[in-house]
Design a protein around this ligand. Sequence first.
Ligand code: ARG
Length: 588
Amino acid sequence: AANEEHVGSLKQQLAKLFEASLRTTVPDELDVEPLIAACNPRFGDYQCNNAMSLWTKIKGKGSEFTGPQPIGKAIMNNLPHSEMVDKCSIAGPGFVNVVLSKDWIAKSIQKMLINGIETWSPKLTVKRAVIDFSSPNIAKEMHVGHLRSTIIGDTLARMLEFSNVEVLRRNHVGDWGTQFGMLIEFLFEKFPNVEVVNDQAIGDLEAFYKASKQRFDSDPGFKERAQQAVVSLQGGEEKYRKAWAQICEISRRGYQRVYQRLGIKIEEKGESFYNPYIPRVLEELDKKGLIEESEGARVIFIEGKNIPLIVVKKDGGFNYASTDLAALWYRLNEEKAEWIIYVTDVGQREHFEMFFTAAKRAGWLPAGENMYPKTNHVGFGLVLGEDGKRFRTRSTEVVRLVDLLDEAKSRCKAVLVERGKADEWTEEELDQTAEAVGYGAVKYADLKNNRLTNYTFNFDQMLNDKGNTAVYLLYAHARICSIIRKSGKNIEELKKTGTIVLAHPDERALGLHLLQFAEIVEEACTNLLPNVLCEYLYNLSEFFTRFYSNCQVVGSAEETSRLLLCEATAVVMRKCFYLLGIVPVYKI
Ligand code: ARG
């Protein structure tokens, strides 16, 4: 049923209507797509903006029209009759304003309540996408930069999945490269007789990394053995492969714990996975004439860039770029992905631009914009500390992710205890709520900003229960649930028997905003901007507050309709939370 009822976003539904009108109005202009945008609320809810550009296209070509305004009028008059439209008008040079019917808005909400929010998901044309995110480096601690990548990547994956795209969530971990020579050699030195080294034995893997690096830098003998170890590892020698696998496994278990706490699903296909593909991918690029010799290295020159993309180092080894080229080849050809999205800090923009350009030159990707298959680098800014500098703890250490999550949780728990919840709730309930609110707050504080800007990490701010925070939004949602609960009505029954009526202007405004959910998700997906969804969610809570302060719910003549509106708001809020990776709470 959900599929039959699937309606797409509001804009998509309007576009269908206007498309029909355009076919009648300008039958020769088959490639014209309806341009639908929100409009000035004084004139309506949406407008169709095709008249101007159509006029530029057809004027002087013997058309019956004398200007953009007559075209707009014709578009308006040819609009097929539809329940969704209340009235239309023309503004300026042919804009067609549309006022949606509030009965239709009410009906749509009611249908969604019965058939599920999935019927409101946008339909994207892409079938399969790869999202390359999180991607920490083995033996190094996951830091806040990786936290950003993890949070942003997960949200994008959730939004695309909701929009009917199959998403391959890929963890491109740094598990290959010359640093493994030194790590393996150090492991052999420290545990000469141990078969299986576990995390207890190694303890802090990052400290292990540092110690081995120190040894590498100060002892020429060790350095030589380490370099030899790289050769043995890459030659596939059993003993070295085993040691490598052990180090990776310890690291993996560490970040798996973080993923579990944050509710992140991701599949590891690290750099090592693509290593066997590199030679033939480079051979293909070489045959196409892309690869040149430069200062002993093999490189691809990119127009407009001062430095070339190095694909084979002077010593003959492969690097980050050669791995990424092989991974892209694999994703396009083996995994048949049409959209490949990389989430890293903006500092890597140049790297991505360069290898995307190389892929275009190789003919792997079309040259034009917005053609598929396509790649996008989703860059993000720094996490800053209170001092405006890169976020660090007192020492020069990077901030450990697990410590941040621990603190977020314990602060939330303290607040709950302070509010007397310890007497009402079980320990488990306290913990679950503290985690939901604490981790949710960390995620939301990150996602609500445009990802390109730096943001300041501040617990007091993100855990404030007023303002644009997850805490505020989670509480708002819980409050709506409690309004419904306390009404004593069976909401499942009301969904079937009751009717939504949007008589009050604040009811209509809330209803329209609810209906705009799908187009917001669509916009957030197309532009890869999670903050768009955060803004929508925050505005939703504001529309609800206005409605709730001006329209009495429980005990009023409109109680049924208004309870249904409360329920719809809660449903949409929960879907927003889900898409942002935030776990809702039902009582506070
Ligand atoms: N491991 C890299 C880092 O920590 C990120 C990898 C991003 N993905 C990629 N395909 N290059 O900076």
